[in-house]
Ligand binder design. Structure first.
Ligand SMILES: Nc1ncnc2c1ncn2[C@@H]1O[C@H](COP(=O)(O)OP(=O)(O)OP(=O)(O)O)[C@@H](O)[C@H]1O
Ligand SMILES: [Mg+2]
Length: 266
């Protein structure tokens, strides 16, 4: 469903420098499965996830999402960066339409109610019939247990409620793949639980999902596959049983040991 092959991405650093963030990403998230990304801060997890829906444009490599493929090639005509690209905006929008993203800080439209937040994309971007979009939005609100807040504005909601509304908004676009970037790390444990419950339901329904999280207990519970990123590369990939076993690079084991409560130490 999602493939990244040889994906590289650098950011400008100062007037002349480049900071290589994704050095060579090879990654696969199969359809109907949950793939969890873990790894130390600064490893490139968010950048990689943002490359999947082209919020960041890779410098090089191949991206395939739901059968659509875009190749990124170094453009030697633009030294010293040498890596600028021309990707047609239409191509970006077409690919992005297959993805739904949930951010750490929710990013709801503040001037719209919860229901309007969910209906906006389907009606304005996908040109869905407003009545049908409304019915679907109401069904999604029921699913995330937010029906009673449909007419509320985001600023009046708890973080957990805002994030559940944001998940409903992502689902409203009927994406092929759902991307979550640390969806609960801004929340207190109690609010985190209610969001994890919703994500668990989506896992059980066999949605295609890529989740970045520091919550290794949750990762182990929901992941079909775990990818460990370090220094801009996927350095380990496998089932939770494999990743949490001892047959992994020492670097991964050290990370898991440092991050995990007693029960989950390897
Ligand atoms: N837009 C940007 N411009 C410049 N540097 C950036 C940009 N986005 C990310 N970086 C840098 O890229 C590196 C990787 O960042 P990224 O956010 O992908 O890491 P991460 O694995 O998600 O970390 P965390 O666990 O802390 O969220 C960091 O050094 C970061 O400072
Ligand atoms: Mg991040």
């Amino acid at each position: 469903m999602v493939h990244l092959c040889g994906v590289k991405k650098s950011f400008r650093q100062g007037p002349h420098g480049l900071l290589p963030v994704l050095r060579n990403i090879n990654f696969h998230a199969p359809g109907g499965k949950t793939t969890v990304l873990i790894g130390p801060s600064g490893a490139g997890k968010s950048t990689m996830l943002r490359c999947v829906n082209l919020l960041e444009i890779p410098d090089e490599g191949v991206l395939r999402v739901a059968g659509k493929e875009i190749r990124f090639e170094k453009n030697e005509n633009h030294p010293p960066l040498g890596k600028s690209h021309f990707v047609r905006q239409q191509e970006i929008l077409a690919l992005r339409r297959h993805t739904g993203m949930v951010f750490q800080n929710f990013q709801l439209f503040p001037h719209k109610t919860v229901l309007e937040n969910i209906m906006e994309g389907p009606v304005l971007v996908k040109k869905e019939n407003p009545n049908e979009a409304r019915d679907f939005a109401l069904a999604l609100l029921e699913k995330v247990e937010m029906s009673d807040k449909k007419d509320s504005y985001p600023s009046t909601l708890s973080g957990g409620q805002q994030q559940r509304a944001a998940i409903a908004r992502a689902l409203g676009m009927r994406p092929d793949v759902l991307l979550f970037d640390e969806p609960t790390s801004a929340l207190d444990p109690e609010l985190e639980r209610e969001v994890l419950k919703v994500i668990r339901t989506l896992v059980q329904e066999n949605n295609t999902m890529i989740i970045v999280t520091h919550n290794l207990i949750f990762a182990r519970e929901v992941a079909d596959f775990i990818a460990f990123l370090d220094g801009g590369e996927v350095v380990a990939y496998g089932t939770p049983a494999e990743i949490f076993s001892k047959i992994i690079p020492k670097r991964v084991g050290d990370f898991i040991t440092a991050m995990s409560p007693e029960d989950y130490r390897i």
